[in-house]
Design a binder for this molecule. Structure first.
Ligand code: ZN
Length: 250
């Protein structure tokens, strides 16, 4: 049995038996790991108050290769991102980020780039409530890059010509030019404004410059394209339940 100490984000908590909690963590050192917090729901448990999704914590746990669920030893807070009455958009998009990690990263697959991207995105949303949605878009864009299938915004994936007006081709999971669009039936058109937004996200990433680029008008389409793109490359549909709370609000 080994003892591991690592920073971690809490992805999800599941009550277990009478008083315990199973905690799904995204750790910096070991990737995604499930641990059990024994007695974690008891009033006097030292774990109480820490076992909430979206918390950024420092954990120590015992690990054994043959076990699927590891044993939590101690937990301390590194940073509370959403302590003071966050807005519903903040919680929805932040939850969508951790849900996305939970559903798209393999267990025990260490990836410090994605870990840092996730921490940075949550911190950015906590400090910039008005940019929650744009931060989520930037997160999705950077995540696809980190997973190894970055979206090519410059060239048509079929003929290789530079892209000005483009369309997202659902069949090939890539951007294609105006000319090649004629030969595909499943295309989401991307007007120049949307292309500019995606290019800006690519270059500025998580920055308050996103505010200048945010546009209610095409937000739904950008969401649609980024989610379809990620699902296509993961090879399964990524339905994020966290986004339901804002979908129903509209
Ligand atoms: Zn083309």
């Amino acid at each position: 049995m080994n003892l591991i100490r690592t920073p971690a984000l809490i992805l999800r908590t599941i009550p277990f038996q009478e008083t315990s909690v199973i905690v799904r963590l995204f750790t910096k050192e070991q990737g995604k790991v499930a641990v059990i917090a024994k007695g974690g729901r008891r009033l006097k448990s030292p774990f109480r108050g820490y076992l909430e999704s979206l918390n950024y914590v420092d954990v120590i746990y015992y690990t054994k290769q043959t076990r699927e669920i590891q044993l939590l030893s101690t937990i301390e807070s590194i940073e509370f991102f959403f302590r003071n009455q966050p807005e519903i958009e903040q919680i929805a998009y932040a939850s969508a980020i951790v849900e996305c990690i939970d559903k798209s990263i393999r267990d025990q697959h260490k990836d410090e780039t994605i870990f840092q991207l996730t921490v940075d995105s949550l911190r950015f949303i906590s400090g910039n409530p008005a940019l929650s949605r744009e931060a989520f878009f930037a997160f999705l864009f950077k995540l696809t890059d980190a997973l190894g299938y970055k979206m090519n915004l410059d060239e048509c994936s079929i003929c290789g010509k530079p892209l000005t007006r483009a369309g997202y081709d659902m069949k090939s999971g890539s951007l294609i030019c105006q000319e090649c669009r004629k030969y595909s039936s499943d295309v989401i058109p991307l007007d120049p404004e949307m292309m500019n937004f995606l290019k800006a996200v690519e270059s500025v990433g998580l920055s308050d410059q996103l505010l200048r680029l945010a546009n209610e008008k095409f937000a739904d389409e950008i969401m649609n394209v980024l989610m379809s793109y990620l699902s296509f490359h993961l090879d399964y549909p990524l339905n994020l339940k966290s986004l339901d709370m804002i979908r129903t609000k509209r």
